[in-house]
Design a protein. Structure first.
Length: 138
C-alpha cells in the first residue's frame, strides 16, 4: 500500500500544533537578530565568544540554531552585541515575525540573510504564502 504524501500546508498546519515548532521559530528569530546586530557592530564570532567568555564553537552552535537558551543567556547575548532583550507574548491570532519561505533556505546559513528578508505577516498571510509556494508553476 502506497503511503499518501501530505502537502506542505498540511505538514505546516500539523507542525504549528506542537510546542517544538514554536520553540524552533523563537530560536531562529532570536539568533538571526543577534547575528544581525553582530554584523552591524562588526563583531566577529571570535570577538563575541570573548565577550561571552565562551568558545567560538559555542557561538557557531548559536548561529546554527542548535542552542536552547535560558533568559539569562539571551540577555547576555543581546548585551554582548549591543542589544537589549525584550520578550513579548501575544494572542495566537496576532501577527508573527518569520523568515520568508523562499522555497526552502538553509537556516544554518545566517550570513546569507539580509534585513530585507524579514517581514511581519498575519497567520492568514502565512497560509496564503504556503498556497502560493505549492501552486503549480504557470
Amino acid at each position: 500500500m502506497a503511503k499518501k504524501i501530505k502537502s506542505l500546508q498540511t505538514l505546516l498546519s500539523e507542525a504549528k500544533k506542537r510546542d517544538s515548532y514554536w520553540v524552533a521559530c523563537a530560536i531562529s528569530t532570536f539568533t538571526e537578530e543577534i547575528h544581525k546586530l553582530a554584523e552591524q557592530g562588526n563583531i566577529s564570532r571570535a570577538e563575541l565568544a570573548r565577550r561571552l567568555g565562551t568558545s567560538p564553537a559555542y557561538v557557531t552552535k548559536i548561529f546554527g540554531g542548535n542552542a536552547n537558551f535560558t533568559v539569562e543567556t539571551m540577555v547576555r547575548l543581546a548585551r554582548a552585541v549591543g542589544g537589549q532583550l525584550h520578550l513579548h507574548v501575544s494572542p495566537q491570532e496576532y501577527e508573527v515575525t518569520l523568515i520568508q519561505a523562499a522555497p526552502v533556505r538553509k537556516l544554518k546559513s545566517f550570513s546569507s540573510f539580509g534585513a530585507d528578508e524579514y517581514r511581519t505577516v498575519s497567520t492568514t498571510q502565512i497560509e496564503e504564502d504556503v498556497d502560493e509556494i505549492l501552486a503549480p508553476a504557470a
